[in-house]
Design a protein around this ligand. Structure first.
Ligand SMILES: C[S@@+](CC[C@H](N)C(=O)[O-])C[C@H]1O[C@@H](n2cnc3c(N)ncnc32)[C@H](O)[C@@H]1O
Ligand SMILES: [Zn+2]
Length: 317
């Protein structure tokens, strides 16, 4: 974690800024923090292998203690949920310069999810999300700004954002081992944050211009809060910004990793700012939208609303 990343991090519980606690164990290489403790008004959180863990699951609490005791190696084991044999294998592979993504996935996620991650680049839902993310992010980040990939897993789509984001894109996911893989193999150079999408997002308002969530929205229970949070993250005043939620399941059609999807009208009610509870439009926005609705092609107007793009009469920006 680069120290400057602290500027965009906020505690998910009190909303306060986070600072590196210099009086507690930490290891740094210049401005890069490898391991340490960050604190706000209410909590201490561990940074493990450069990844701030901004939730209070039991593993995160144990890892916080282990880092304070000067044992970041144990904290990494704890956060990856490894038993002793797996931990030995993981440590060997992590030390080796020739170990591959496939080797590490075999230790961390030997089951079905491992197969998903191994073949993600040829998955139809990736083939759709990649060009959509590049097209929309390329547009809103043209004048600068940062991207975030929420529930980004092991970083396949974070990789799609690397050259578009003016500062390192951020990958956020609940499962530490996946984002560890992303930083090592799939999207090296990204910043990664371990956090729970069912809680308020641990980032400052307007810290990003582009936020995406691919193939994961159906696993989030607090959908209303989640949508409002993604909109808050890209709320940078009049700057162009967009939120993309791609490949989320349909409650009426069974799928293998079904999760908790909504029916189509559920997504409409949630996201359409003229109806949705996730975020009602401000008075000014409502006026602008009404003005735009009378001038714009209705289909384009709807697309703008769904993509969170400004649906005003200033042309195609
Ligand atoms: C099917 S994978 C998609 C990964 C990535 N977005 C992609 O398209 O390659 C779903 C991801 O959602 C993450 N996830 C599930 N529940 C979550 C939660 N409550 N908070 C954050 N991430 C979560 C999982 O860890 C997993 O990485
Ligand atoms: Zn706090």
């Amino acid at each position: 974690m680069h120290l400057s990343t602290l500027d965009v991090l906020r505690c998910p519980y009190c909303g306060g800024r986070l600072e590196l606690v210099a009086s507690l164990f930490h290891s740094r290489d210049g401005d890069e923090v490898h391991d340490g403790i960050v604190g706000c008004h209410c909590c201490l959180f561990p940074v493990v292998d450069g990844i701030p863990v901004l939730h209070l699951d039991p593993a995160a609490k144990s890892a916080c203690g282990q880092v304070q005791e000067g044992r970041p190696d144990l904290a990494r084991r704890t956060m990856c949920h490894l038993d002793d044999d797996q931990a030995i294998r993981f440590d060997q592979l992590a030390r080796s310069e020739t170990s591959t993504y496939r080797d590490m996935v075999g230790v961390i996620a030997p089951g079905l999810e491992g197969i998903y991650f191994l073949h993600r680049f040829s998955d139809p839902s990736y083939s759709v999300a990649h060009p959509v993310a590049r097209a929309v992010a390329g547009r809103v980040l043209r004048g600068g700004g940062r991207a975030i990939d929420v529930c980004g897993g092991s970083g396949h789509l974070t990789r799609s954002l690397m050259d578009l984001s003016s500062e390192r894109p951020v990958l956020a996911d609940l499962y530490f081992a996946k984002i560890w893989l992303a930083r090592r193999f799939t999207a090296p150079g990204c910043e990664a944050v371990c956090c729970d999408g069912n809680a308020p997002m641990p980032f400052a308002r307007g810290a990003f211009r582009f936020a995406m969530c691919a193939d994961a929205f159906m696993f989030i229970w607090t959908k209303r809060q989640f949508v409002a949070e993604l909109l808050r993250l890209v709320d940078a005043g009049s700057e162009p910004a967009a939120v993309v939620i791609s490949h989320t399941h349909n409650a009426r059609v069974w799928s293998q990793s079904h999760g908790n999807p909504l029916p189509p009208e559920g997504y409409r009610d949630l996201i359409d700012p003229t109806r949705g509870e996730a975020r009602g439009p401000t008075k000014d926005e409502a006026k602008r939208q009404q003005r735009a609705a009378t001038k714009m092609d209705p289909q384009r107007y709807q697309r703008c609303l769904m993509a969170g793009m400004p649906a005003d009469d200033e042309g195609d920006r």
